[in-house]
Each structure stands twice: as C-alpha cells, then as structure tokens.
Ligand binder design. Structure first.
Ligand code: SF4
Length: 1021
C-alpha cells in the first residue's frame, strides 16, 4: 500500500507515530512498519514554529505524557515538519538545537529581585514581584505623567518609564502589550524592529505603500536573477535560502555583493566585494547604467510608476543638499519635494511624454548621471567589470518574461542611510518591472521570528496596530485633526487610495481599546491614547536615560545591553534607573548588567542602586499563539509542555501586572486614571487572557448587525460575529478590530492561521497553509504582474489575471477584484496616486532620491561626490554620542558586525548544541592587514573604537580583501555578534561595545555595519 503522509496521519491513531520518517528517507509505507517506539510511545506530536529567524520553519515537537494522571508533559524531541511548504522538514543548526533551548540551564524558573546595591539575586514570590512592580509603576506614573501641554493639548503620556517589547513572542502577547502599555501612557517604547528592519518599513512604504517583504520564501525559486546584497541569507536564513538554490537549479544566476566572501557567496555564480557603507554608490550606478543603456521595462514604467509626474517648482539638488535644508536645525523643510497639482489641489500633474524638465524621469536621470561605473569602482572598491556584469544581469530582466529579485537584510538597514539603501533597490525594481511579479520583488528578509508581527502590531514608539500612527500632539491635537490628516485624498483619477479607509480602522481600534466606554460623544476615547511630541526610539530613550530623565525600564523578551550600540554607555545609563523589570525565558546580560564579570563586564556593583526584577516567562514550546514570518504568514502554533518552575506566559504576567496597577488606581485614585480604569478587559479570566480571545480581537467582530448596503434586508455580519475581512470595518462604532490588517485571520469559519493545507495553487503558492496579511495575499502588488490590459506580462508567470468579470488566479488579487482594466485603477492601491514611486515626494526626511553619504565614521574623512557634505545632513545625533565618534587617523579600519549560522543573536549562547558549534568569540581579519600587524590565525587581538574595546581570537582570512577606495587602501574587520557572560559557551565581550549610537535618518536604526576601529595583537595562539 502506498499512502501519503497525510493519509498516513489519518490511519495512525490521533497522529501518534507520525515521526520523522520522511526526514530519514522512509516512505510512509515503510514507516508503518518502522515506528520508533522508543521515542513515540505515549508521546504527543505537536506542531510549532521555530522561534529564531523569520523563515518560520515548521517544527514537530514530541511531548512525553499523554494526559494520563501524574504524567508530566515534557518535550523530548523536535524535528522539522516535512509538510511545511517553506522548510519541508529542514532545520538549520539553530532549529536543530531547539530542544537544548527549552531545557537550557539558563532558563529562568522563579521571580527574583536584585535589591539596590546588592551583588546577588533573591528569589521572591510572584505576588511580591507583581505588588512591588505595580507600586513602582504607579508612583512613577503619578509623579511624572504629562496630561496636557502648555497650550492645552491633552497628551496623556508617561515618559519616565520606558518599555521594550519582545521579538519572538506571539502576536497575542504583542497585542496585549500594546493595550496595557498605551493605557499607561507609555510612548518611549520599541521592539527589536528598531534595531534591525526599521528602515525597511520606511523605504518600502514610501515607495510601494506597504513596508513588508513583497514576495515569499518559496517564490524566490521563480527568479531568473538573484542579487544578494546587504544580507547573507545562507548564513542568517539558511532554510529560506534553499529557494535561492532551487532557482539556481532552474537556471537563475546569483551574484553576491558584500564586504566579505560569505556563505551565500560560496554558492553564488559570482561574488563582488564592496566597502561597507557605500551601497548607494553601487545602486545609484545601476540606475544610471539602466537609464543610459535603455534597459527599462517601459510599458511598466509608464503605466505603474510616477516617472511622468511633474515635481513642484523649487525642488532641486546641489552640492550634496536637496532644496529646503536648514543648517541650523540640521533638517529639511520638505515642502518643495512634492508634485505639482491641478487646481483642485489633489490631482497630480503628469507629462506622459516624459519631456517636461521637472518630470520625475528627467530629475532622476540627472540625479544619477554622476554615478558612473568609474565612480562606482572608485568609491565602493568593487571592480568595474564585475559591477557592469551585475548591471547586465539586472538589465536582462527589463523585459516581460525575465524577472530578478533582491535578497537583503541588515547589511542595508543598519546605516545612517539605511532607508535610502533600500529605496535605491526599490527604484531599480520598478524600472525593471519586477514588482508584483512572481520571482521578483524586494525581499526584505526579516530577522526575528515575529518581528514582522510585532511591527504589524505597532509596538514602536509612534505606531499603532496596522501601521496606523499614534496621534501626534502637533498634527493631531483633536480626533477631527487625526481623521482629516491620516485619510489621504486620491492624487490621480479612479484610484483605490486604500488609506482613505483609515477612519474605519482607527475607530474600530479605539473600540477595542475602550469597549463600551468609547462613544461618539467622547470621540471613541481618543484622548485616552497618549500623544507624542517626538519619536522616542531606543536612541532617544537612552539619551533621556543618560540625562537622568528615565526612572523605570520594562524589558520584555529583549536584551538591549547586547543589542544597543555603545554598550558601555548603555550599561552606565542603566545604572541611573530606579527600577528595571526584565521578562524573559532565559538569563540576559541586561538583567545582570550590575554583576561584575571581570573584564567582560567590569562594574562597581555596590554603587549601582537600580532595583532589578527578573520574571521568568514561557518559550515558544509552552504556549499557543501565532507568529508572522517574513512572508507575512501568520502561523498558529500549539503548546507542547508546561514551562519550568514557576514561569508564566507573558500574557499572564502582563495581565497580573495591569490588574494590580488598575486596583491601585481604583483604590487610591491618582493621575489620569481614566485610560486605565476604562480599558476594555473582557477576558473570561481577567488574570489570564487566552491566546484565542486575543487572536479573535485582532481579527475583529461586529458590535451590531452590519447591514448589506446593496440590500438592507440582508446583513453582512450579525452582532457578535467574527468579521470575514477588513472590508466590513466601520467608523460608527459598530465594529471592533485590534489590528485591521489581521482581519480575516480568525473568522466565523474558525482560526485561519491554524490551516495546514500545503497544496500548491501554482508558482509555489500555498494559500491554504496558515494565513497571510493582507487578506491572505501572498505576493503583494500582484496586479502589477499583469499588463494594463489585465494579461500576465509573462504567461509562464500567471499569478492572477482579469477573466472578463473579475481578477482571479493562484493568489488572492491585491486589488479591487471587480475593477476592470479599462477603469484605469493602478496596482499600488495603498498609494493615493496608485503608482510606485521613483521620487518618493516628502515621505522620507533625507531626500526623495537616495544620495550617497559616508557613514558617520568614514574611513575617507570626505565625500568625493560633495566634500562639503560628507555624511547625511539629516542625521540626528545627540551631543553625548557625537563626542564619542572616532576619526580615521585614530581608528583606521572599517568594522562591520554580522551573525553566524550556528547562533541566533544572544539567545543560543545559552543552548548547548550551538555553544558547541561556535564556542568562542572571534573576529575576521584579511590576510594583508594581518601581515601588516603581525597577526596570525588564532592570536588574541584587541579591537577598539572610540567607545571601548573587545578582545577576541583572530581568524585570518582570504574572505575579506583590502580594497582600493578613493586612492587609499581600506581594510575591513568582520565582527560576529553573539557573545556575552550569560552563556554556556565561553564568556565573551559585547561586540556592540564598538559601534556608535547614531541611527538611520528616518528610523534611527543604529549604524552597526560601518564604523571605525583599530586592531592590535595582544597575545599569541
Ligand atoms: S533559525 Fe530560521 S532557518 Fe533556522 S530552523 Fe529556525 S526558522 Fe528555520
């Protein structure tokens, strides 16, 4: 008998014995006879998702204990899920070590406190921990809450306690965090996204309308050409990378451009070196080459981009500065960076002939004419012939039937020009007609397993769920201002302009926050939300802490001491806090920043008066919930065992803390109690909201019968029903939804995120596996995969098409399904003009076109393109951090940080298997520099920057070549991330001691990828 795995699961009782036969190469028919009783007897098989990177590989967990009396569930084995459409049973070294993560000796088991000045942890009860933290919160909030500004705007914000939120916790934890945090008035908050993919959101949203990876992991296999630049997916996303290898097997070419010959380069067709921080020179050079050589997908560019849009008079660029620069403020007035509008003030003027001197096409052409191949070679160190080959590869996709894609990650984001690096590539993909296409897109490879989800849920200083903005005191002092300014008007006739629906999303969100207390009379509780005056990103919060203005820091599933730049300064600033609360499954350096660990953390413990609470939380294997992979798939996972000791879920911890604070306000009164007392808290057990309750709230439900506008006798949803999608959301208080883009994830038909049908509907699309936002669309902007008449550009890549009455196909159309091509609606439905932006108007603070600026610490000390404007003129840097910048005469080499396959950030150093694989800190030094410095492989070296030093073993390598740049030799030093003192590996220094505290101009993501260091030999092998 031949049976499929699915049939096999059916014939075996309850799925028991559905083991890793596929992985081991057994056919299910053979496997029937080969059940490994030793592992599976009385075991349950549970589906889960790897909690490390954003590939989101499927796991099968085997849990001992079948529910019988006295049988304690314990995870005994984990392997890859062979049914998973992306991972297909594979796991990388991190996923393969997950069992050791669950059972790590560094798991926290009991609440503990480190009293002021103490040198040890003291175990305390949950009751004491919650009561003491709630008291801190109330006292600090009451003393420092800002209710109104001097000019009378209600702002209800609390800045003296800040919060960081987790990157691997579930959406359900994330949304509860959002609810609790905003009710307290916290604005100084960020998730891991701030230090990793923040610029992606800015760059892609300002170009295409949404800030997410455009395509999916499996879809990478549909590409004809893959450029890997600003990332190293073979190392950082190993299982996702298999789809690039799959594309190669089908004939695609892969080129890697990177400072190091890395693991992705090892399987590429070609590798080109580049100086860290010079990517815009390279990409600007590509734009210039494409224009000069007429490698443009003209039909696409004319129809689907703003090439023909006329820019306002007054816009200009000269000597490194765009129009509107205010040198005193270090900021631009962006009013000249916009279109010229018709008399109605909304409709942008265009010149379809592309002759107008101020049309986007001509401005773009002139801007990049300076980026010649010779300049590219001179400033990047990349050989000109290799650069030209990349141009030719990319140019070959400027046709209907060839498609290229880009895979990037933090190598582009972690720069002062991070958003503009990505914008450059987004422009290239528009010029080539590669957006919306299967095998195309801009594939932002997210890092952490749920950082996509937590970004979606608005866990960033000035965001709300679904990429709504938190109200600003200047722009939105009233509800009416918010509605008027966040719902744009269409800038071209007949466009969908989807953000026009903002009031429906926002009012539904406010109904989630405040429930029945949110009424039309009180503007749905608008004033109970905090309002911001400026962005309180992590660098801003650390500067406030530096200046003694932050008393409390709540840190959930984050390790900022190892993650924020300039670790020494960070540690000194933590010592100024009154209290810190760390919620985490494992011990972190942040929680023990006060502990002296010799030279890796040389601190005076007794002088540090911060009271630190360490609260043990569950890990992925011990909870239900969903996380969102890089392809925007919300994958539900199931609990396999209870956590160790007294650890609790984040939801329980947050709920207990919130209820304790609420009780204090109810009993004692205090400052601005309304947002807390009125917060909707409809959970069956108020001390433990369930993942199901929270997931259903994110989807949203009808609060009244929703009549069908086409037939008032019918209803689209009845009161209390889960909504089928966001189209039913209303702005009259009759619907609620905590995150409009997730509407559809848990409908009346049940939990769509739990679906596990891996049927390929075409081109690798598996619409029945989990659920993707928005509306289960797998490739966003997919209307652009068809020509204006509605036919696929490439018949081989038939994803959707107009069938005469509707758009339909293998994917859910990212478009109005009944809008015929003749109506002229354009594919970028989130943009008011409906087209992709080559010129991104006033959306970014540092220019509508990307321009090359040197890193803040430049090895050249000048910018040959415009010597008077060396680094980005729009950069924000605080005085204390500017004083800690080094110069190339003292620190002559370029440092750049990166991740290893065997480790995930700072978690896997607590995991035995990974500690064995990579036990010790090292840095990579090129052979030429090593010879100059007398350094041999295995020697001890000290790498120092203006901010401190680390000591590590030297790996002397051919992988990093010395580059000739602007007439001088530039050496680069590779610095892996993963060490610290809370570890089962060897203790190591914090690599983030070295980079400066300065961020991307738009999002403040720190510049970890290009900074200045020195290196000295300090010991022999
Ligand atoms: S770390 Fe990433 S690639 Fe590795 S198993 Fe986990 S999800 Fe897959």
């Amino acid at each position: 008998m031949q049976v499929s795995r699915r049939q096999f699961l059916k014939v075996t009782a309850g799925g028991l014995a559905a083991s890793s036969m596929g992985v081991l190469g057994f056919l299910p028919s053979e496997a029937l006879a080969e059940v490994r009783q030793f592992r599976l007897a009385r075991a349950k098989e549970i589906r889960n998702t790897c909690p490390y990177c954003s590939v989101g590989c499927g796991l099968l967990m085997y849990s001992l204990g079948d529910g019988a009396k006295n049988a304690k569930a314990e995870i005994t084995h984990i392997e890859g899920d062979p049914d998973h459409p992306v991972s297909r049973g594979s796991l990388c070294p991190k996923g393969a070590g997950l069992l050791d993560f669950i059972h790590s000796p560094n798991r926290l088991k009991h609440p503990e406190v480190r009293e002021a000045g103490s040198n040890s942890w003291t175990r305390i009860s949950w009751h004491e921990a919650i009561a003491r933290i709630a008291r801190h919160i109330k006292d600090d909030r009451d003393a420092n809450f800002v209710t109104r500004t001097a000019d009378g705007v209600t702002v209800n914000r609390w800045l003296s306690t800040a919060m960081l939120t987790a990157s691997a916790s579930s959406n359900e934890t994330g949304i509860l965090t959002q609810k609790v945090m905003r009710s307290l008035g916290i604005v100084g908050t960020d998730a891991q996204a701030r230090v990793c993919h923040g610029p992606t959101v800015s760059a892609l949203a300002s170009t295409f309308g949404r800030g997410a990876m455009t395509n999916s992991w499996v879809d990478i296999s549909n590409a004809d050409f893959i450029l890997i630049m600003g990332g190293n997916p073979a190392e950082a996303h190993p299982v996702g990378f298999k789809w690039a290898v799959e594309a190669k097997k089908r004939g695609a070419r892969i080129v890697v451009v990177d400072p190091r010959y890395n693991r992705s380069a090892a399987v590429a067709d070609e590798y080109l070196p580049i100086r860290a921080g010079s990517d815009i020179v390279f990409l600007g050079g590509v734009i210039n080459w494409l224009v000069a050589n007429d490698k443009i997908q003209w039909e696409y560019v004319r129809a689907y981009t703003n090439a023909s849009y006329i820019v306002k008079e007054g816009f200009g660029f000269e000597d490194g500065l765009f129009s509107g620069y205010d040198a005193a403020k270090g900021q631009y007035d962006r009013s000249s960076w916009n279109y010229e509008f018709e008399a109605d003030g909304n409709t942008a003027k265009t010149d379809p002939t592309l002759q107008h001197p101020r049309c986007v096409w001509n401005l773009m052409k002139a801007h990049y004419a300076r980026y010649t191949p010779e300049l590219v070679e001179d400033l990047t160190g990349t050989p000109k012939d290799g650069f030209l080959r990349v141009c030719q590869h990319l140019g070959s996709t400027a046709v209907r039937d060839r498609v290229g894609t880009i895979l990037y990650a933090l190598g582009w984001t972690q720069h002062t020009v991070g958003a503009q690096n990505i914008r450059s590539m987004a422009m290239i993909q528009l010029l080539l007609g590669n957006i919306g296409m299967p095998g195309g897109g801009v594939n932002a490879l997210r890092g952490h397993s749920n950082i996509q989800g937590l970004s979606d849920l608005g866990l960033l200083s000035t965001n709300l769920p679904g990429y709504l903005t938190l109200p600003s005191e200047k722009a939105h002092p009233t509800f009416a201002d918010y509605i008027a300014k966040t719902a744009p008007k269409a800038q071209a006739p007949g466009q969908l302009n989807f953000w026009a629906n903002t009031p429906k999303f926002f009012v539904s969100l406010l109904k989630w926050f405040w429930g029945d207390k949110a009424t039309a009379e009180n503007n749905w509780g608008y004033d109970w939300l905090p309002k911001w005056d400026k962005m309180y990103d992590v660098l801003q919060v650390m500067d406030l802490m530096h200046n003694g203005k932050v008393n409390g820091f709540i840190v959930q599933g984050f390790n900022p001491l190892t993650s924020f730049p300039d670790a020494r300064k960070t540690a000194a600033d933590f010592a100024k806090l009154k209290y810190m609360v760390v919620i985490d499954p494992i011990a972190t350096e942040t929680a023990s920043f006060w502990q002296n660990h010799g030279e890796v953390n040389e601190v005076d413990t007794a002088s540090i008066k911060t009271e630190v609470f360490r609260l043990p939380s569950t890990c992925f294997a011990e909870e239900d919930g969903a996380i969102v992979n890089s392809s925007r798939w919300l994958q539900w996972h199931w609990k396999g065992a209870n956590p160790p000791g007294e650890a609790k879920t984040d939801q329980e911890i947050l709920a207990e803390l919130f209820m304790a604070v609420r009780t204090l306000y109810a009993k004692e009164g205090g400052t601005a109690p309304e947002p807390i007392l009125n917060l909707s808290w409809p959970y069956k057990n108020p001390l433990e909201p369930t993942p199901e309750e929270l997931a259903k709230e994110m989807n949203g439900r009808a609060l009244a019968d929703i009549p069908d506008p086409k037939d008032p006798a019918k209803f689209l949803a009845r009161k209390g029903e889960q909504l089928p999608n966001f189209a039913l959301l209303r702005d009259d208080g009759t619907t609620m939804s905590a995150c409009w883009i997730f509407a559809g994830c848990w409908t009346q038909a049940g939990n769509q995120m739990a679906r596990r049908d891996n049927t390929d509907a075409g081109l690798g699309n598996t619409p029945g596996w989990a659920w993707a936002w928005p509306a289960n669309r797998r490739i966003i902007y997919n209307r652009a995969s068809c020509d204006p008449s509605g036919k696929p550009w490439d018949p081989k890549r038939n994803l959707i098409a107009w069938n005469g009455t509707a758009w339909a196909g293998a994917d859910v159309p990212d478009f109005k399904v009944d809008s015929p091509p003749a109506d002229g609606m354009n594919p970028f439905i989130m943009n008011p003009e409906g087209v992709g932006r080559l010129f991104c108007t006033d959306k970014l603070v540092d220019g509508p076109f990307p321009e090359h600026y040197e890193p803040m610490e430049s090895p050249l000390g000048t910018n040959p393109l415009h010597p008077k404007v060396v680094s980005s003129p729009a950069v924000r840097i605080f005085k204390a951090d500017r004083e800690r910048l080094g110069t190339h005469d003292q620190f002559p080499y370029v440092g750049t940080t990166y991740r290893l396959t065997e480790h995930f950030q700072f978690w896997t150093k607590s995991v035995r298997l990974n500690a064995i694989a990579q036990p010790e800190q090292f840095v990579e030094i090129g052979e030429t520099l090593a010879a100059e410095k007398g350094i041999r492989a295995g020697d001890w070296v000290q790498v120092s920057s203006k901010r401190g030093h680390i000591k590590a073993k030297a790996v002397v390598t051919k992988r990093i070549k010395a580059l000739k740049v602007a007439g001088r030799t530039v050496h680069q030093i590779g610095i892996p991330l993963h060490w610290g003192w809370e570890t089962v590996a060897r203790k190591g220094f914090l690599s983030n001691t070295l980079p400066p505290a300065v961020g991307d101009c738009n999002t403040q993501t720190p510049e970890y990828k290009a900074f200045l260091v020195n290196v000295e030999k300090i010991g022999v092998a």
